[in-house]
Design a protein around this ligand. Structure first.
Ligand code: PMP
Length: 386
C-alpha cells in the first residue's frame, strides 16, 4: 500500500527547549496537518503488476510521463490560473532539481561555441543554482554569477525565480546585453505563498510538487516548455540520467494534484490553497509581531495585490524569511543565530551580505514556535506568543 502512515511523522512529542532547531532546508512539513486530515481521500493502492514498464506513452515527447499526471498538472494550472498550459509540452523530472539541470543541458546544446555558456541569476539567488551549475564542471555551461553585475556579450542563461527564493519578491529577467535564454523557476508561484496576479506564459517554466502541495519526498517536478526541441532535449537528459521518473511517484502526484483541483472547485473548508494561505499568513503575522518588538532584525515588506485565484487583496507570505540582523557588532547573522541554536542559511550562499540569513518557515509548528521563543529571548523581549 502506498501512503503507509509513518508513526514518526505523526509524533508530536515536545521538542526539548535546548534542542538545536534546523531552519536551513525548506522542508515543507507545515502542510502535513492538512494532508493527515485528507488521508482517506488521497490514499493509493498499487498492485504488484502495475507500472512495470519504463514507458508510459511512446507518442508523447516526454515518453515516461504518465498521461494521468499530465492531465492533472494541466488541470491544476487551469484551476489556479497561474500559468498557461495550452500549446506547452510537459516534461516531468525527479524534482525540479533534475529539471534545472535538464534545462541547462537543453538550452546549451548543440553548441558550436567551444566556450561554456554563462548561467546567471540576480542576487539574492537560490543558493543551489551555482552548485548545480558547476557541480559536474560541464563544458556546456558554467556559473556566471550575479545577473545584476553581469555585463558580457554573447549567449547566456538567466534563472528568473518568481517569487524569489530567498526573499519572496516577484521578479523579471534583468540582463539586457547579449543573447539570453530565460528559465522561469516558479516553484513558489502558488496562492499560499503569493497573490496570483497573472497567468504567465514564459518559454520554459519550472514547478515542483515539493512546494505546490508539500510532497517533497515524492521527488516530482515538472516543466512547461513551449519549444518542442527543448522539451525533447530535456527528456533526453532525464533519459540518460535516470531513464525516466518513478511511476509510483507520478501516480501519487496525479492523485494529490487531482484532489487539490477538486478542493478548489468545490468550495468548502478543504480548499488546499486557502488552508495553506491561512497557515503561511499566521506564521508571518507572528514572526512580524516578534521582530517588531526590537530593531534587532528586519524583514522585507510586500505590496498588497489582488489574487486572481481568491479574488481577494493580500500580501505575499513567502516560504522563507529573508532576515537581516541590524546589530552593529554582528557581521555574520548565520553564525550569531547558530550560537543561539538556530540553524539558518547564510546570506553569502545567496550571493549577499552575511548580515542576511534565510529562515525556512515551512517546518513543523513546534520548531516554528521554538524559533519565535528564541528570537524573543535574543532580543531580550518578553514572551507574548500565542
Ligand atoms: N527551485 C527553487 C526556487 C527551490 O526553492 C527548490 C527547492 N528548494 C527547487 C527549485 C527544487 O525543488 P525540488 O527538487 O524539490 O523539486
Amino acid at each position: 500500500m502506498v501512503g503507509r502512515e509513518r508513526t514518526d511523522s505523526m509524533n508530536i512529542s515536545k521538542m526539548s527547549p535546548h534542542e538545536t532547531i534546523n531552519l536551513d532546508h525548506g522542508d515543507p512539513n507545515m502542510f502535513e496537518s492538512y494532508w493527515r486530515k485528507m488521508s482517506e481521500k488521497c490514499t493509493l493502492v498499487i498492485s504488484g503488476s502495475q507500472f512495470m514498464s519504463y514507458f508510459s506513452d511512446s507518442k508523447n515527447v516526454c515518453w515516461y510521463l504518465e498521461p494521468e499526471l499530465e492531465n492533472e498538472i494541466k488541470r491544476l494550472h487551469r484551476v489556479v490560473g497561474n500559468a498557461s498550459v495550452d500549446g506547452y509540452h510537459v516534461v516531468v523530472g525527479t524534482g525540479s532539481s533534475q529539471l534545472l539541470q535538464a534545462t541547462l543541458y537543453a538550452l546549451c546544446s548543440p553548441s558550436d561555441d567551444s566556450n561554456p555558456v554563462n548561467v546567471v541569476s540576480a542576487a539574492p539567488y537560490y543558493s543551489c543554482y551555482p552548485e548545480l551549475t558547476n557541480f559536474l564542471r560541464s563544458g556546456l555551461y558554467q556559473w556566471g554569477g550575479d545577473a545584476r553585475t553581469y555585463n558580457e556579450g554573447g549567449p547566456y542563461i538567466e534563472f528568473v525565480t518568481s517569487p524569489n527564493n530567498p526573499d519572496g519578491r516577484i521578479r523579471e529577467a534583468i540582463v539586457k546585453k547579449g543573447q539570453g535564454k530565460h528559465v522561469h523557476d516558479l516553484a513558489y508561484y502558488w496562492p499560499q505563498y503569493t497573490p496570483i496576479t497573472s497567468c504567465v506564459g514564459y518559454d520554459t517554466m519550472l514547478f515542483t510538487f515539493s512546494k505546490c502541495t508539500g510532497h517533497a519526498g515524492s521527488r516530482i517536478g515538472w516543466a512547461l516548455v513551449k519549444d518542442k526541441d527543448v522539451a525533447k532535449k530535456m527528456t533526453e537528459f532525464v533519459c540518460i540520467n535516470t531513464i525516466g521518473v518513478s511511476k509510483e511517484s507520478q501516480i501519487r502526484a496525479a492523485k494529490i494534484l487531482g484532489h487539490v483541483s477538486e478542493s478548489c472547485l468545490n468550495p468548502g473548508p478543504d480548499n488546499f490553497f486557502e488552508t495553506g494561505q491561512i497557515l503561511t499568513a499566521e506564521r508571518w503575522e507572528k514572526l512580524r509581531q516578534v521582530v517588531a518588538q526590537s530593531g534587532m532584525f528586519s524583514l522585507p515588506h510586500y505590496p498588497k495585490n489582488q489574487c486572481l485565484f481568491t479574488g481577494k487583496f493580500s500580501i505575499a507570505h513567502p516560504a522563507f524569511a529573508w532576515m537581516k540582523c541590524n546589530k552593529e557588532d554582528v557581521e555574520d547573522c548565520e553564525k550569531f543565530l547558530r550560537g543561539q541554536k538556530i540553524i539558518t542559511r547564510n546570506g553569502r550562499r545567496f550571493g549577499c551580505d552575511p548580515k542576511y540569513v534565510r529562515v525556512s518557515l515551512l517546518g513543523k509548528e513546534e520548531e516554528f514556535k521554538l524559533f519565535l521563543e528564541r528570537l524573543l529571548a535574543i532580543q531580550g523581549t518578553s514572551n507574548g506568543i500565542n
